[in-house]
Design a protein around this ligand. Structure first.
Ligand code: GLN
Length: 471
């Protein structure tokens, strides 16, 4: 169950029934989930109904897309009509959205079958998938290790072969870092390429939904389905639908790739080795690799933390026990707010609300928030400058291989630093993806990151495709 396009093809030509695929998928999810805890909700009934429709259509010769009938998992911060959407928080543990996110509507229209909602860090705040109200997610390569976060569930379930493809979200590395830890492909699109409508907001100025898959073709097929202008998202870029799958075979016209040497120097030897191995492969396909410098990216984590917490604190204000959230009664209105938020939100979320409120308060917003906004411009310019000289960038996705469950959860600073190489692309709004790049001696996955100019997804995917195989 690792290849989505292959499954789609078999369903389209009537070799297998979508209903049978759903049944075997759910069976496997139920077995494997006991160990991994990658799913919060399994949607057996709904999936079966959807699959029946697809099977009827195939009989009539209707094929909605190359992924029609293929099972897909959706991160639990993406709204699904009538299906519980918790963002792994107690406060939304009883929330059933009255509408579908645009990406959900698009995957349904393309015939994909939603089999469940995946576990994550609460409100996507974390890098280890340990802050979920629904328990810790485990890495399929070694259950004692973290799958990364916040999209640990989506990446773990694809890596374990529970589903062939999944949707996740990335406002500060949450697709790429867990993809690296789980050994799968994961892409964060250009800001504005994929609609955020229906994504439970954490950092609206950087949030993007993106695909996770076991190979580049599946990743491209899913991106093709979800990308493109949506009038419901005010930040949506006015680009038409692009077929990333058929552009894979064409000439990528990539001649020069920039290696971010400074990032290599702050990585462990295993990670460095993985990046160097990928660089050799890049040279092997006739592309030149040159060293580049991104001097402002050393401020990326500090900048990101300020902007992230500021935006998060303002976003979290709506969870007050009044409307769609779980309510805990109190003596008066303030009492309800305090009890609902006090009980409903976890420690990491509270920490960010407190810091964010401080950052935005009178006298401090100039000192911290505005300064971070200025630093963000410098980081974006760093990328613009180097990407005017080279076609793409290559570097590590994470500074270390996967860490153990429990190892850094009590050290927020260490956790934040795990995002050091992923947050720059979010701050710059540019596309970036993880490609799996071998394993440590202990069998833990290693990942390498490719980064491009705005809307350069097709070239990223083409180069990833050239490097695929033989890892
Ligand atoms: N690790 C990042 C954080 O904790 C993840 C953010 C994200 O991409 N959702 O802020």
């Amino acid at each position: 169950m690792r290849n989505a396009l292959e499954i789609g093809e078999k369903i389209a030509c009537g070799d297998v029934k979508a209903v049978d695929i759903v049944e075997s998928t759910i069976k496997r999810i139920e077995q494997t989930n006991k160990d991994l805890n990658a799913f919060i909700t399994i949607t057996y009934e709904e999936a079966l109904k959807q699959a029946e429709v697809i099977d009827r259509e195939v009989k009539e010769g209707i094929i909605r897309s190359p992924l029609s009938g293929v099972p897909v998992a959706i991160k639990d911060n993406i709204c699904t009509k009538g299906i519980r959407t918790t963002t792994a928080s107690k406060i939304l543990s009883e929330y059933y959205p009255p509408y579908d996110a645009t990406v959900v509507r698009r995957v349904k229209e393309a015939g994909l079958v939603i089999v469940g909602k995946t576990n994550q860090d609460e409100f996507a705040m974390g890098s280890s998938s340990e802050t979920s109200y629904f328990g810790v997610v485990h890495n399929p390569h070694n259950l004692d290790y973290c799958p990364g976060g916040s999209s640990g569930g989506s990446c773990a379930c694809v890596s374990a072969g529970m589903v062939p493809v999944a949707l996740a979200s990335d406002c500060g590395g949450s697709i790429r870092q867990p993809s690296a830890f789980c050994g799968v492909y994961g892409l964060k699109p250009t800001y504005g390429l994929v609609s955020r409508y229906g994504l439970i907001s954490f950092i609206p100025s950087t949030d993007q939904i993106g695909p996770v898959a076991n190979n580049v073709e599946d990743l491209s097929a899913l991106l093709t389905i979800i990308a493109g202008y949506d009038e419901k998202d005010a930040n949506s870029i006015k680009v038409g639908r692009i077929d990333y799958l058929s552009s894979l075979g064409g000439d990528s016209e990539v001649k020069k790739v920039g290696l971010i040497r400074e990032w290599l120097e702050s990585s462990t030897p295993e990670v460095r080795g993985a990046v160097e191995g990928v660089c050799e492969k890049i040279e092997g396909v006739g592309i030149e690799v040159v060293d580049v410098e991104l001097p402002y990216t050393k401020y990326a984590v500090a900048t990101y933390r300020l902007l992230a917490d500021a935006e998060a604190s303002s976003n979290m204000a709506r969870y007050d026990g009044m409307n769609f959230t779980r309510r805990v009664e109190g003596d008066d209105l303030k009492g309800v707010y305090m009890a609902s938020r006090g009980e409903g939100l976890g420690d990491e979320v509270k920490r960010r609300v407190l810091i964010g409120t401080f950052i935005l308060s009178h006298g401090y917003k100039e000192r911290y928030y505005w300064k971070a906004m200025g630093a963000r411009v410098h980081i974006r310019r760093d990328f613009e400058e180097v990407l005017s000289e080279v076609d793409l960038l290559v570097g590590p996705t994470t500074p270390t291989p996967p860490f153990k469950i429990g190892d850094i959860i009590d050290d927020p600073l260490a956790m934040y630093l795990a995002d050091v190489f992923v947050v720059p692309a979010n701050l710059a709004g540019i596309p970036a993806m993880n490609i799996p790049a071998g394993f440590t001696d202990d069998g833990l996955p290693l990942g390498v990151q490719l980064i491009g100019s705005p809307l350069d997804e097709a070239r990223l995917l083409s180069v990833a495709k050239m490097l695929e195989g033989g890892r």
